[in-house]
Design a protein around this ligand. Sequence first.
Ligand code: HEM
Length: 521
Amino acid sequence: MLREIDLPPWLTNNWLTIIGLIGFTYFILHELKNRFIKWKWNCGEAPYLKGSGWLFSRNWVFFLKAKRNGEMLEFIWNIFKEQGESFRITIGGMALFATADPENIKAVLATQFNDFALGFRNSHFKPLLGDGIFTLDGGGWKHSRSLLRPNFTKEKVAHVQSLEKHLGYLVRHIDVQKGKPFDIQNYFYRLTVDTSTEFLFGQSLYGLKDEFIGETPEFLYEGSELFYDSFNTSQSYLATRAWSMMLYPLVNSFEFNRCNKNVHKFAKYYVSKALAATPEEIEERSKDGYCFLYELVKETRDPKILQDQLLNIMIAGRDTTAGLLSFTFYELARNPRVWSKLKETIYEHFGSGDDARIEDISFESLKHCDYLKYVINEVLRLYPSVPINYRVATKTTTLPRGAGKNGNEPVFIEKGRVIGYVISATHRDPKYYGEDAEVFKPERWADKSLKPGWAYLPFNGGPRICLGQQFALTEASYIIVRLCQIFPNLNSADFSKHYPPKMSTHLTLSLTDGANITLSR
Ligand code: HEM
């Protein structure tokens, strides 16, 4: 039996007061310490977002509504337009410093790299991705980066020929549409799973090889057909967990666990095959075209490391490239003048139709196709795959701008503060791109006086800059060139009149209603 403990009456009567006093004293001391630091470092606080309140309550309703309607980014961009480049908000008591100022972004990602970390990302993504380059900080991340970087050299990403057979299936799907409107985004998402499984695991999923084009789907093993949907479902859970910040444990379910298991089974299938291969077989594989897994097996034979790193790269590379292609065709279809000019350039470099010189399309020759580069730059400016991102301060520090009357003075950043950086707002700021910043205009990149520096950052910057940048640009350029050569007729079938288009911001950016076009020979 529990014995009753007699607490002294002064304590039983006043314990609430005592707890209150301790809390109050802590608060005062904490405030004094911060004020002292601000005085010593000559920095201040950024202004609060107007009318946001402690819980961001007034804006939450609009924010959630905008997110559901595919207008969340527009909502955020408008806040930056009204409020300026940096401000503070408190969401449920958690302080957040939001910025679109290139100077601050440069500091977070590069010059003060060690003052910031990924925060909750590892916990958000761990059930699917484990520990890999995309989810780790510190020593684990450094080790991952040095393990993976050799696989992204120029020779290894110049893999364009292996794309041709996947493109062939895509072309057949487009032909089946017979010039009628269809959503090409859906096909790009399937295409990039096919190309990335081939590049990463050495054997494609061949999801585009289906009965709609008169093919018999291929199955690697019983249940492998579950991979595609499972990967998509798990990814959308990861996105919701990321948006939930510290409330992420609530975003879990039987479905999430089942899908993660299907994805892991898929990766394990390949990893165990690679580990069972003899050194001679591994060498033979390398001769026969490039495979990431077989290269990595030469460095480590730990099955968990192999599985985690491959899935980390898959998540980093698949949707981003599909998004870039989808937004490109969405904009090209809306801009016949740009489409004509692009066709002219591509035909000049690589021919067209039956006279297409496929063998001339290479990593190097694509780089010399200037107008194609301008188109891609412009798409990534208006629709960066990661439009909004965050880091968490690992120590009390400052950022270059955001405080003071004009927001030009250094801003105080307390340890644990979340920094939300919104590069998509910077990319649309007239200060860096002129009054026509919202207009899709590839020609702006021909102007040598345009030097945006850290105001153009689709691939991130600093030590964690995207490892797959060249890989992605090469793949996307190849697909654009080939589609342009095969299908000269492109028109928009987007009748929504909503511009900019509705966008979904899951882990990466996509078109909420798809990229609806007609494309024909
Ligand atoms: C249009 C295509 C792409 C865009 C716009 C893009 C953009 C980005 C961005 C913004 C980050 C930084 C994320 C962060 O630190 O929070 C990143 C990281 C990364 N990306 Fe990409 N990416 C693309 C394609 C790819 C591809 C195709 C691959 C691989 C095949 C890839 C591999 C990676 C890796 C491994 C990282 C993590 C780097 C690190 O943390 O050290 N990306 N990417």
